[in-house]
Design a protein around this ligand. Structure first.
Ligand code: ZN
Length: 129
């Protein structure tokens, strides 16, 4: 199945844990694997803490320091090389175990869509087996 997320900022992490969990429930798989994937070149999937949202801000800042805007070859094409680099390093998917019909996330883990070139409408594909 898949769902869409409307991002609001150029760069942000959007918590999609509840929607992914709903997708897992709908599949009625009690033990298995859940793949969360975004079919985009400038977005990614992150699993980390969102209880303190500053963790998300820190991740975005760290990626910004690694991949600043405006200094890459692809910036001469469409000006978003930094977003492509961030999305490549973070990756378009994560696999999360399903145990007892639920995502086996740790207490502080959340599943987040990472937007690096928004605002846009993003697709999230969830496959559970
Ligand atoms: Zn581009």
């Amino acid at each position: 199945m898949e769902f869409t997320v409307r991002t609001r900022r150029k760069r942000e992490l959007v918590d999609i844990t509840d929607r992914v969990q709903q997708a897992v429930r709908a599949q009625e798989v009690s033990e298995g694997l859940c793949c969360v994937y975004v079919p985009h070149a400038t977005a990614a999937v992150v699993v980390n803490e969102n209880a303190d949202p500053q963790v998300c801000e820190d991740l975005l800042d760290a990626l910004e320091k690694l991949f600043p805007d405006g200094v890459w070859r692809h910036d001469r094409v469409d000006g978003n090389a930094s977003a492509h680099l961030k999305a490549s390093v973070v990756g378009p998917s994560k696999v999360i175990p399903v145990v007892g019909g639920r995502l086996a996330l740790g207490r502080w883990q959340a599943v987040m869509l990472a937007e690096f070139d928004g605002p846009r409408e993003r697709r999230v594909v969830v496959v559970v087996r």
